[in-house]
Design a protein around this ligand. Structure first.
Ligand code: SF4
Length: 256
């Protein structure tokens, strides 16, 4: 975009009032337009397939079998844990579910527990009232519509109360080994900062990552990126100096 320059206003006291008004009525360039443009990720050199392969090879070498941090005993408890984890930390969810899953690790047992008692177990988790309602409703639906088994398709999982696209991606990946990419706050940040999959929405980043990550890495890619965001590429102070991929990362503000 051409640089907008403003000529200094003539200091003519003699300009008639009407003309002066017309002159000042011209639209001024907005502050947004005249602000110096920040370096956009769009302008950054795209990753080559060899570089992307290198990044995930390094992640694999440093952690060959990455694990999610949400504790669970089976696909049903994983589903419940993911539903409970919306806007909550994994550690906070684990603290509540350890005791809960000891007595309710199937949809039937969860229904038998009932909403009121379930609330007591999860009351330390944000939005626990709504989440308790959803967990009871999804348990009922898993029993009535899916024979008591967590369904294996995205559409079916997303049809369960409290379960959205991210829940479906986590369950499909962790319980059923599908090559899905769940985008949480960490994956969203890492996808954007590194330039691997810039996007305005989690779905943009999800589809971008799925497009560029080689199939051989997809089973674990979601966990590598989450762990990278959680422990290295931190939101406020990324630890670029100890980052495995700092030579390849495209973030203009990286500190190495
Ligand atoms: S170099 Fe810094 S910004 Fe880039 S991925 Fe590593 S920690 Fe994040």
């Amino acid at each position: 975009m051409a640089k907008i320059t403003r000529k200094p206003a003539p200091r003519k006291a003699a300009v008639p009032k009407k003309k002066a008004k017309a002159a000042t009525a011209k639209p001024k360039p907005s502050a947004k337009k005249s602000a110096p443009a920040k370096k956009s990720l769009k302008a950054i050199k795209p990753w080559t397939p060899a570089e992307i392969h290198e990044v995930f090879s390094r992640f694999r070498k440093s952690n060959p079998e990455p694990k999610g941090e949400l504790e669970h005993l089976n696909p049903f408890t994983l589903l419940v844990a993911v539903v409970l984890s919306a806007q909550a930390t994994d550690a906070g969810v684990n603290k509540a579910t350890r005791a809960l899953f000891e007595i309710a690790d199937t949809p039937q047992k969860m229904l038998d527990l009932g909403e009121e008692r379930l609330r007591e177990y999860i009351k330390t988790i944000g939005l626990y009232r709504t989440k308790a309602r959803n967990v009871i409703a999804l348990s009922a639906k898993v029993l009535s519509d899916f024979g008591g088994e967590v369904p294996r398709t995205r559409a079916e999982i997303e049809s369960l109360p409290g379960a959205g696209r991210k829940t479906a991606n986590v369950v499909l990946n962790m319980a059923f080994g599908e090559h899905t990419m769940a985008v949480d706050t960490h994956v969203f940040r890492v996808g954007n900062r590194t330039g691997l999959a810039p996007g305005k929405t989690p779905l943009d980043v999800e589809l971008g990552l799925e497009k560029v990550i080689p199939a051989e890495f997809m089973l674990h890619a979601h966990h590598w990126l989450i762990l990278h965001g959680r422990y290295t590429c931190l939101a406020r102070k990324p630890r670029c100096e100890v980052c495995l991929i700092n030579d390849l990362c495209r973030w203009p503000e990286k500190t190495v």
